[in-house]
Design a protein around this ligand. Structure first.
Ligand code: GDP
Ligand code: MN
Length: 381
């Protein structure tokens, strides 16, 4: 999960990182009020989950509250890299003497966290990596984190001045806490700015959280609260299902991401449109199947449901029993087409046979099942 800058800065502030005060605004009026409350020059910044907002006109200085109103109005009208700007961050402005880049991420090939530092901050790091890779310092960090002396040694060649080195080292140690306690995939400060008075500040913040660690971070809910997740996707996420909402009318349930994708393809192939991608994973217990059916059943655009299961470790009769039990738990409004194959498929189909009707059809192949599901969706719409 990627955080907006204002959320990442809230997180940074909790760990004592030097971010300037600011507040998010949804209207030009709110932006003006925040600017008035902050006093002095502010920066108005588009809150969209892409980099390069500055270049796209999404970061503007404003010297008065009135100017903040105008800049916010302009920025809120922008679409940056396809994303409409819905909120702006209005924050105190800093004077900048130098811009550095600092981040911690996971280096999967080394299987270690990696600190990246560059004197060429402010611009896209991808650009620096392409044109002048030697300007990026990469330091694989021991798993228990950087020592203060190591942090100082890292910045020494770049900053020279003892006071700056001390501040920057302190920032790295705090960023490490954000990254490791916070289960981040990425924690990035770009620019890490040095002011003419010799202060080191985090003027931008980019954080990507590792969704696999979500179970131990109930506090992350506040970050998603604001996001406009597709309501179907939110419901599925709450039930632990791998679900992506799509535009069509054939609801899909498959086990395994590969089969789920192939199921989307074949529905298209026979002239239909999937309403979703849904991978229920390895097991196909009654509980999981019931959850999946509920999510799909709650989607008003679904006109038929295609359950495509290839039994592997999970045996056909268990899958069939799971489906039958799930149907007892959930009242399904669309007709269901099932294709069950793989381990013990025969026994599974036998169990389903007893429950077949015009609302529940079993087909031996994926192609036939897809055709039937698409036809039923057409008849029902
Ligand atoms: P990004 O383009 O999406 O990475 O957005 P940033 O937050 O990094 O802002 C882009 C650029 O705007 C920075 O590199 C700075 O040059 C400039 N900028 C951001 N904040 C301030 C500020 O407080 N004062 C000044 N003078 N410039 C700023
Ligand atoms: Mn930036």
């Amino acid at each position: 999960m990627n955080l907006h800058e204002y959320q990442a800065k809230e997180l940074f502030a909790r760990y004592g990182l030097p971010v300037l005060p600011g507040q998010v605004a949804q209207t030009p009026e709110e932006a003006r009020d925040v600017a008035a409350a902050l006093g002095g020059t502010v920066v108005v910044k588009a809150q969209v989950l892409v980099g390069g907002r500055g270049k796209a006109g999404g970061v503007k200085l404003a010297h008065t509250p009135e100017e903040a109103f105008e800049k916010a109005r302009d920025i809120l009208a922008l679409t940056i890299k396809g994303l409409p700007v819905r909120r702006v961050l209005v924050t105190q402005a800093a004077d900048i003497a130098r811009e550095l880049y600092l981040s911690i991420l996971l280096d999967r090939s080394r299987k270690l966290p990696l600190v990246m530092l560059s004197a060429e901050g402010g611009v896209d790091i991808e650009e620096v990596a392409r044109t002048a890779p030697e300007k990026i310092v990469k330091w694989p960090v021991p798993l228990d984190g950087p020592r203060p002396y190591q942090a100082r040694a890292l910045f020494k060649p770049l900053l020279k001045d003892g006071k700056l080195v001390q501040q920057a080292a302190d920032i790295l140690l705090k960023l490490w806490r954000v990254w490791s306690d916070g289960d981040c995939q990425l924690a990035e400060i770009n620019p890490l700015a040095i002011t003419p008075e010799g202060k080191v500040l985090a003027l931008d913040a980019k954080v990507s959280l590792d969704d696999n660690a979500r179970f131990r971070h109930p506090e992350w809910d506040e970050f998603t609260g604001l996001e406009k997740l597709d309501p179907r996707e939110r419901e599925a996420a709450e039930r632990g299902l791998q679900y992506v909402g799509l535009e069509g009318d054939v609801g899909l349930i498959a086990n395994g991401a590969g089969l789920a994708m192939a199921t989307c393809d074949i529905v298209h192939e026979v002239g239909g449109k999937p309403a979703n991608f849904l991978d229920i994973g390895g097991g196909a217990s009654a509980q999981v199947m019931a959850s999946a059916l509920e999510v799909i059943n709650n989607d008003p655009s679904v006109k038929s449901i295609f359950i495509n299961i290839f039994g592997g470790i999970t045996k056909g009769e268990e899958v069939a029993n799971g489906i039958v039990q799930a149907l007892e738990q959930v009242d399904i409004s669309s007709p269901i087409v099932i294709r069950l194959d793989g381990t013990n498929a025969e026994q599974g189909r036998e169990i389903l046979k007893a429950h077949e009707s015009d609302r529940l059809v079993s087909k031996p192949t994926m192609l036939e099942a897809a055709r039937t599901a698409v036809e039923l969706a057409k008849v029902n719409s």
